[in-house]
Design a protein around this ligand. Sequence first.
Ligand code: HEM
Length: 150
Amino acid sequence: MTRMIRNWTSWTAVAAVLTLLPVAEAKEKTLYERLGGKKAITAVVDEFAGRVAADTRINRYFAAAAADPKRLASFKMKLVGQICQASGGPCNYTGKDMKTAHMGMGVTSADFNALVEDLVGALDKFKVGEKEKSDLLGALGPMKSDIVEK
Ligand code: HEM
């Protein structure tokens, strides 16, 4: 009888562990994973850069990068790295901090909003979900005070 109870107890423990396992495995995905990883982020940044280049409200800021393919490629790579890192991906952003990178440009709040609109346009083109979109904008939003000078 004691043995039966002991057996029953250990089977109950095994059943409990098996029941809880999927719960432990269903760990929240990072925003990086939900965005679709580096390939998807790179596609969004490419589209975004095209939109910024065509956006007459702000494209004057990017004239130097637009005129130099190497500079443009490096800028896009840094952006991908930054979004990858900010969304919890396996990247180390190696560019300048946002204050240093935008110092002296005189970026206004309206410029910032125009750029965010271009980013949203790119995210929408790739049908990025509302939650992912707002999570990404939420991660980039706090950078505004380091970028906007006027
Ligand atoms: C959340 C918003 C923004 C993010 C995440 C961002 C990110 C970056 C990054 C990562 C760089 C590269 C830094 C480096 O060279 O090490 C950069 C450079 C630059 N950013 Fe921004 N930026 C933002 C907003 C803006 C806005 C609103 C403007 C102007 C309208 C702007 C204009 C520029 C320019 C002109 C460069 C230099 C590009 C070049 O010629 O190489 N950025 N930004």
